[in-house]
Design a protein around this ligand. Sequence first.
Ligand code: IMP
Ligand code: MG
Length: 175
Amino acid sequence: MDNKISVLLSEKELDDRIREMGEEISRDYEGKAVHLICVLKGGTFFMCELAKRITIPVSIDFMSVSSYGDEVVSSGIVKITKDLDKPLEGKHVIVVEDIIDTGRTLSYLLKVLKDRKPASIKLATMLDKPDRRVVDDVNVDYTGFVIPDKFVVGYGLDYAERYRNLPYIGVVEEV
Ligand code: IMP
Ligand code: MG
């Protein structure tokens, strides 16, 4: 069973924008090092590309979270299923996300991470769907693209675990 995927953002558009974001981060943190935190699994593709475009020292770490329960609308209460390997104290942290939708996951996660006393903490996302936001405490510092309220796949984003490997961002057409 294949779904038709229409291209929303091409590989070239993503590559160009991520390069700009890497340059911007390198300028903003000049003379410092950044510690990128990737939220598995969706954030991996974007984080790898972004890290390659940052010219100041970079370290990376990963964490995995899941919503409690199986409700369709996320409750905002998330469980850390894989925690970071290293402490955050004194580090300039950038949380790297694939997409911000309702913002519930990140709202919770940022509170947890701030308690670990990083020197600073910012948020970078490849995609933002601001029309869907239900929280008002998620401030995005670096945004790749603002997109309309459509379900997208590719570049790390999945539909039932498929399509993460697409090198572009596409919209799933119902067939
Ligand atoms: P929220 O911001 O707490 O609603 O959750 C965002 C998470 O939902 C993202 O990290 C994705 O894993 C998933 N998600 C939201 N919108 C999409 C989409 O359009 N395609 C694929 N996954 C999505
Ligand atoms: Mg995610």
